[in-house]
Write a protein that binds this ligand. Sequence first.
Ligand code: PLP
Length: 401
Amino acid sequence: MSLPKVQHYFDHNATTPVCLEVRQALPELSLAWGNPSSIHWGGRAPKNILRDARRDLAKALEVSPLEIIFTSGGSESNNTVIRGLFEYLQVSPYLSKEQKLRHHYMCSTVEHPSVMKAMQHIQALGARVDFIPVNRKGQIDLNFFRQHLSEETALVSVMMANNETGTIFPVQEMAALAHAKGALFHTDAVQAFGKIPVDLAELDVDFASFSGHKFYSVKGAGFLYSKKGSQLSSLIQGGGQERHRRGGTENVLGIGCLGVVARRLPQVKDRAHQLTVLRDYLERRLLNEMNEVTVTAGESLRLPNTSSLVISGADGETLLMSLDIEGYAVSTGAACSSGNPEPSPVLLAMGLSRSEAQNSLRLSLGWETTLQEIDEFVDVLKRVVQRLRSLREDQGDHCHV
Ligand SMILES: Cc1ncc(COP(=O)(O)O)c(C=O)c1O
């Protein structure tokens, strides 16, 4: 398949480009091809790469290096917490009387499938699971949360920021409420990290998931923050890697790249400001210059880079394909569900109708997005939407004949 002549990327929540620093570091990292578990000379360089990346990520998050468990990314980290805790509470011979009573789990209705499906999995194995509703503005129902949280709750898992709408959840407040009942708290920080500051000490969560390919590193490497003293069964049984918390020879190249990005993270605040300016400008232009366009959860606290639009009269899939031909990469929902014609479960869970969800377009900007690109995009979008709407009108007229 041929690539379009111009390529503009507005799909950074699906994945980000690999940044220059990582690309430059790759050749040298690849020379450390030994097994980090080897005690001979071959193991030294890869072991140092793991140690440095762990140290630098821990420094960026102001946590202890021992609290970082390297994984293959967000999905594995999320599964590790939910399934790992469930299993630990089922099989560990060292549980307190109080721990033995904890069979209840909670998450929001708009979590990533790796959280939703892990929750459904443990539900099928006997756990009691409650899904906390989220309203049209993307705000989580804290009353429902308070009412259902109890001394039986083992774990609450609520994402820091939603991948489809960018809405940011009150993780700090919810973690405090969970802790007051003795429950553990996990946040999927995959979309937040690199876009907004993530202060784990302030949030006071027990677990947090991260994925390299969402913050300008390579795919297949991420990590789980697991607060000191937290107990989980390992999802992957194997050698004693990661202090027996994740079996399997480490992805040294991918982990080395995580370390490279960790060293440039202090710029996040500036980047967030720059992205907010661009995103707000994009939305202002669309709302001023187009009819029947709304921003989903536009009035809520959101990631600086994300805009989820409902464009009535323009089917999201058709719009995506038309924009692709023009060289623009956008999304109609989570990338993992692309190719699936069903409307996004996240938007439906927020209370959007099927047709609103089907007419949704997600734009997610990145560190390299420019004002000029946005201006050009708005002009192309207006033209494409006008064409799709007039085609629809023609078809509608035809039907009435
Ligand atoms: C919020 C969220 N969590 C988890 C994931 C999964 O991460 P990974 O692709 O590293 O498995 C994604 C990816 O889209 C995501 O957006």
